[in-house]
Design a protein around this ligand. Structure first.
Ligand code: PMP
Ligand code: GLN
Length: 378
């Protein structure tokens, strides 16, 4: 048979994760926390099970959860999404992204992807017959050159995918970036897929500029979020997206036949847990402390870095240590030094080499200390 994804390999997260386990390495590769989940959140799930919420939820998601998501977005970004028609609960952000692409991208449509990019966008575009059009972020600061971006837009452009805070660079879009995007898209019919899974992990007093904050941008955007990232439960695979009713109606048609609905007891728990704003508003200081501990420990090392502005990832430039490509160096770090990271060439167009590795600092402080010991010895 002819593969629909002839160029797809097993994802870098699986490959590196397996190698890390085999060599018993300190694992800062795949993005997930290795500390315990809040007991209150866990007991809210068991409560929901005990209270009989064990059958299908509503197709769009449990209404109480959609309602509180809507309130949260209004409070943070001053935009009202109708919980009945404009919010959907999904199996992580991954399913929201896949569903939005499937619902809107037709054969031959172009989709703009900023590279380096998280790995789930392009296969979804390709499976739907779309054509990814790359705009490379500069390796120095991972900024968007909006002139180049604009030059890639054509009448075939159906969708633009953005991601802020950005995985893997840790860069955060400024208000100016969002306004530029809004202006460039004004004369077009492009839909925006705004991957905001790290919306609450942002540092140095900076504010997350959600696509939902900008009136004209919000009119054409799917804003995707992840409870896995926000509440340290990546294994629960739950997220949501928000979009104007007209777009969401189309999204739902695909969603209902892909998954129909999402885990019911977890939705009940999320609805109750979201009521306490501290559960997400405390994230910037919680993760900034970890970022700072990690970077403080690297001060006298041979790695160079710009502090991550958001996400729980830090890029480290290793070019003073070796001229190896990032895949070889990442592998050698696991096998010889027992430390796992992600080579970002796998997120880059043509596997461009930036001479950096990505490290996840969503880890217990003792894990970060173990990693620092190894990094300082290089
Ligand atoms: N987008 C980005 C940028 C990510 O890093 C991830 C990984 N969590 C996802 C989407 C997928 O999120 P989820 O685990 O909720 O499916
Ligand atoms: N988003 C996580 C990361 O970038 C991994 C998710 C996955 O394994 N697909 O590390």
């Amino acid at each position: 048979f002819a593969s629909k994804l002839p160029n797809a390999k097993t994802t870098i997260f699986t490959t590196v994760g397996n190698l890390a386990r085999k060599h018993n390495a300190v694992d800062l590769s795949q993005g997930f926390p290795n500390f315990e989940v809040d007991e209150k959140l866990k007991s809210l799930v068991t409560d929901a099970m005990q209270n009989g919420h064990n059958q299908y939820a509503a197709m769009q998601g449990y209404y109480g959860l959609r309602e509180i998501i809507s309130q949260k977005i209004e409070k943070l970004h001053n935009r009202v999404y109708n919980p009945e028609t404009e919010i959907m609960v999904t199996v992580g952000a991954t399913q929201a992204i896949f569903t939005a692409i499937t619902a809107f991208v037709n054969k031959g449509d172009e989709v703009i992807v900023l590279k380096p990019a998280y790995d789930c966008y392009e296969p979804a575009i390709t499976l739907n017959g779309g054509i990814p059009i790359y705009v490379q972020l500069d390796a120095d600061g991972y900024q968007v050159n909006w002139e180049i971006f604009k030059s890639k837009i054509s009448e075939r452009t159906r969708m633009v995918i953005i991601n802020t805070p950005h995985n893997p660079s840790g860069r955060v879009f400024s208000k100016e970036d969002m306004l530029q995007l809004q202006e460039i898209l004004r004369p077009t019919n492009c839909i925006v897929l705004s991957d905001e899974v790290y919306e609450h992990i942002i540092f140095d007093g900076n504010e997350h500029q959600s696509a939902s904050r900008f009136k004209d941008l919000a009119q054409r955007s799917f804003v995707c979020a992840s409870f896995g990232k926000t509440f340290h439960v990546t294994g629960w695979k739950m997220g949501y997206c928000a979009a104007p009713a007209e777009l969401m109606q189309e999204f739902r048609k695909t969603h209902q036949f892909a998954v129909f609905c999402v885990d019911h007891p977890v939705q009940r728990a999320m609805a109750a847990y979201l009521k306490n704003e501290e559960n997400y508003l405390s994230l910037p200081s919680f993760y900034q402390e970890k970022r700072d501990l990690f970077l403080e420990g690297l001060k006298d090392s041979r790695f160079k870095f710009k502090p991550s502005e958001g996400t729980y990832f830090q890029l480290l430039d290793y070019t003073e240590i070796t001229k190896e490509n990032d895949e070889d160096f990442a592998k050698r770090l696991i096998v010889d030094y027992k430390l796992a990271s992600i080579p970002i060439s796998s997120f880059n167009d043509d596997h461009r080499q930036d001479g950096v590795l990505r490290f996840c600092f969503a880890k217990k402080n003792e894990t970060l200390e173990q990693a620092l010991k190894i990094l300082k010895s290089l």
